[in-house]
Design a protein around this ligand. Structure first.
Ligand SMILES: NC(=O)c1ccc[n+]([C@@H]2O[C@H](COP(=O)([O-])OP(=O)(O)OC[C@H]3O[C@@H](n4cnc5c(N)ncnc54)[C@H](OP(=O)(O)O)[C@@H]3O)[C@@H](O)[C@H]2O)c1
Length: 300
């Protein structure tokens, strides 16, 4: 959905006099709050967060200048929308806490939990509240996030539009069939980490050929940004864009051949494949988790 179409939408993100709650004020919870506040979509006075960790509450409240409390239950009945941002393993506890705190039937829940299907979220919540499942990423904090969303059984078009509105305030947002969520978690959810690793490695390479580190990092990051914008703005295949800068017998083809010798394509493909396998196990019921090889507690 384009920014223009969502901007013209009549559905308010939060109903008059109601609040937006964020449960789980860790990396992603804070990222989304920061991005949403910076976008101006929601007033600071109408946002609250909850986290079970007292230290996190204190730090986040100070930095975000919103209420962040361990005892957030009393705020649940005021919420028109709740973003659930805890680790997948914490879903059972947090969803029953929200339900038992006087959750209104109309309140929309948006879950960003990797690997936890809408069926499982609905079963854990045990009500017929509308639920939207989302997979955002950390560049939401600078307004360049990539988020996909899909509706649960009780979510109507208007709920999906509200979710779109939220995530378009912090980047791009696309509705997608839930069947693709584990693959997307591995590609764009975890994607910023891959990009950071690649940029770090390229900056090291710059240092290897004699550049000061900070200059190397700036060159690498701005080059990544420029290349990404070219891919997004162009209808051409990345291979065609690459050919444009590959002079016969030049230095670019020399570098590219070394990357191919290092099997960069298959390494990246295997990394995403492995990540998608882990994503598929993250939201499984406890009995299933113990059957997995890794039994990860990690959320991402
Ligand atoms: N990180 C990413 O790039 C990314 C991207 C897309 C989606 N996600 C998804 O986002 C979710 C959160 O990831 P994250 O990286 O933000 O994790 P995180 O930094 O660990 O944040 C989760 C927070 O929730 C708190 N929490 C746990 N149980 C709670 C409860 N019952 N009530 C209230 N708060 C509770 C945790 O406290 P404690 O630390 O004390 O447990 C922690 O502060 C995960 O499900 C992940 O799959 C992450």
């Amino acid at each position: 959905m384009s920014k223009e179409s969502s901007a013209s939408m009549q559905v308010p993100v939060i109903a008059e006099g109601m609040t937006l709650g964020v449960v789980g004020a860790g990396v992603m919870g804070q990222t989304l709050i920061r991005g949403l506040l910076a976008s101006g979509l929601i007033d600071r006075q109408r946002v609250w967060a909850g986290d079970k960790n007292g230290g996190t509450c204190e730090r986040a409240a100070q930095e975000l200048e919103i209420p962040v409390e361990a005892e957030f239950q009393r705020r649940v009945p005021t919420a028109d929308l709740i973003l659930v941002c805890v680790k997948p393993n914490d879903a059972p506890v947090v969803l029953s806490t929200i339900r038992n705190a006087g959750l209104r039937r109309e309140t929309l829940l948006i879950s960003i939990l990797a690997g936890v299907s809408t069926d499982r979220l609905e079963a854990l919540l045990g009500t017929d509240n509308p639920i939207v499942r989302a997979m955002p990423n950390t560049p939401c904090v600078v307004g360049e996030g990539m988020t996909v969303i899909c509706p649960g059984r009780y979510a109507a078009k208007a709920h999906l539009e509200r979710a779109t509105h939220i995530f378009e305030a912090v980047g791009q947002c696309t509705p997608i069939d839930e069947i693709h969520f584990n693959a997307i978690t591995a590609l764009s959810g975890s994607g910023p980490a891959y990009q950071f690793l690649i940029m770090e490695a390229l900056a090291d390479a710059g240092v290897r050929v004699g550049l000061p580190r900070q200059l190397a990092l700036t060159l690498v990051a701005q080059t990544a940004l420029g290349a990404a914008k070219m891919v997004l703005a162009s209808s051409r295949h990345p291979a065609a864009l690459r050919d444009d800068v590959t002079t016969p017998a030049g230095c670019t083809i020399a570098g590219l051949l070394m990357l191919e010798d290092g099997r960069i394509r298959s390494v990246l493909a295997r990394a995403v494949e492995e990540s998608a396998k882990v994503a598929a196990h993250l939201g499984a019921a406890p009995a299933k988790i113990s059957e997995t090889a890794s039994g990860h507690r990690a959320g991402h």
